[in-house]
Ligand binder design. Structure first.
Ligand code: FAD
Ligand code: DHB
Length: 394
């Protein structure tokens, strides 16, 4: 079997790239280890930057996004229960973010895959990459029935997330990695109750961080910072709601509508970048190349900005034979990645309670939040990063 681009992983990065290449008439195949229900069922991102919204429009898969996505022109910060609003649209010349769950994005990408000719192989076992540094790379896997398959290709796009095989195929003496692991996680719930506030609240409280988010006018997504060794079983709904309300403070707590959660999970926080994002005929994209702590809502959006750049570069290569785009991909993508890494690290560091924090560190955090509250310049810096830096500016 032969294709032009073998795409490893059918998460946001792999599926957006699959659609971009199909739209450009470039033969590609997406190879996914799990099944559709598994990929679509993972509760993850909720906030889309303009880059992501624009790509969905360009690909013609934005009907539900337009009908159901919630456009937010602002966000809220909270310090020990006191709320202040950041008018992102006013500070950025009209930029906004859109609340629309990653699960919905995946559904739209999968529903449109068949009609658009995006070819997906599900349940591929033992996926392996071969001869990546030669002119004739290939991918092998085993089907669910035990049949071995080999796919020859021109290029491989490694879109298989943090635990995938693609990054591991780059020799250790080529790959440089940079990492910060945070001493806490996020305990998140989904519940079919109206959100406490119209826009999101990022709360710094003495007891730890909390985030009030949503999926729709009738579905809320809440997170609280927790210890890494915390067990879900120790967090029945009542305990979660009580702790959330303490951290959001009495004024917001009075608006929190409680209800049974139907999803509850703990995610660790990590900053991670691997360089370069290209080796031979392999390109890394999204979580396969980098991880951000979720505080800035950047992870999926970064995956989309990577594949936007890679899709353009591959279209240029197959259109004109020029290798300028694919040769420049790693440096161009990394420039934007590091800015998002910086923002996500900074936003995490001013909103969370660190175990080693003493009175001095806590007062610095409070001073920084008070400074943002009082300074339009500081608010503008936060806003332009939060809504997402333009691709060209990277
Ligand atoms: P993934 O989503 O990890 O997809 C990789 C795919 O590859 C998977 O389907 C996997 O099954 C497959 N795969 C893995 N190994 C193999 C293999 N060996 N062979 C074949 N296939 C393989 N981001 C935001 O932008 N905004 C947010 O608000 C936000 N909130 C978040 C909240 C939480 C709690 C979490 C955990 C994450 C959040 N993120 C957010 C991050 C976002 O979900 C990820 O950055 C995004 O899913 C990355 O997409 P990806 O396609 O690169 O990787
Ligand atoms: C959500 C997740 C985030 O990481 C974030 O910063 C904002 C919202 C969410 O899941 O809704």
């Amino acid at each position: 079997m032969r294709t032009k681009v073998a795409i490893i992983g059918a998460g946001p990065a792999g599926m957006f790239l699959g659609h971009m290449l199909a739209a450009a008439g470039i033969d590609a195949r997406v190879i996914e280890r799990r099944d559709r229900d598994y990929v679509e069922g993972r509760v993850r991102a909720g906030v889309l930057e303009q880059v992501t919204v624009d790509l969905m429009h360009r690909l013609g898969i934005a009907d539900r996004l337009v009908a159901e996505g919630l456009i937010h022109g602002g966000t809220n910060l909270s310090l020990d229960g006191e709320l202040f609003h950041i008018d992102m649209a006013a500070l950025t010349g009209g930029s906004t973010v859109t609340v629309y769950g990653q699960q919905e994005v995946m559904k739209d990408l999968f529903d449109a895959a068949g009609p658009r000719g995006v070819d997906i192989v599900w349940n591929a076992q033992d996926v392996a990459l071969h001869d990546v540094d030669s002119d004739s790379p290939s991918v092998t896997w085993t089907t669910q029935d035990g049949e071995p398959i080999r796919l020859d290709c021109d290029f491989i796009a490694g879109c298989d997330g943090y635990h995938g095989v693609s990054r591991a195929s780059i020799p250790a003496d080529v790959l440089k990695t940079f990492e910060r692991v945070y001493p806490f996680g996020w305990l998140g719930i989904l519940a079919d109750v109206p959100p406490a506030e119209h826009e999101l609240i990022y709360a710094n409280h003495e007891r730890g961080f909390a985030l009030a988010s949503m999926r729709s006018a009738s579905r809320s997504r809440y997170y609280i910072q927790c210890a890494l060794d915390e067990k879900i079983e120790d967090w029945p709904d009542d305990r979660f709601w009580d702790e959330l309300c303490l951290r959001l403070g009495p004024a917001t707590a009075a608006k929190v509508v409680r209800g049974p959660s139907f999803e509850k999970s703990i995610a660790p926080l990590r900053s991670f970048v691997s360089e370069p994002m290209r080796w031979g005929r392999l390109f890394l994209t999204g979580d396969a190349a980098h991880i951000v702590p979720p505080t800035g809502a950047k992870g999926m959006n970064l995956a989309v900005s990577d594949v936007t750049m890679l899709g353009e570069a591959l279209a240029e290569y197959y259109g004109s034979g020029s290798t300028a785009g694919i040769d420049g991909y790693s440096a161009r993508a990394l420039a934007r990645v590091w800015k998002a890494e910086r923002f996500s690290w900074w936003f995490t560091s001013i909103t969370h309670r660190f175990p080693e924090m003493d009175g001095f560190a806590r007062r610095l955090q409070m001073a920084e939040l008070e400074y943002i509250k009082g300074s339009p310049a500081a608010q503008k810096t936060l806003a332009e990063n939060y809504v997402g830096l333009p691709l060209e500016a990277a």
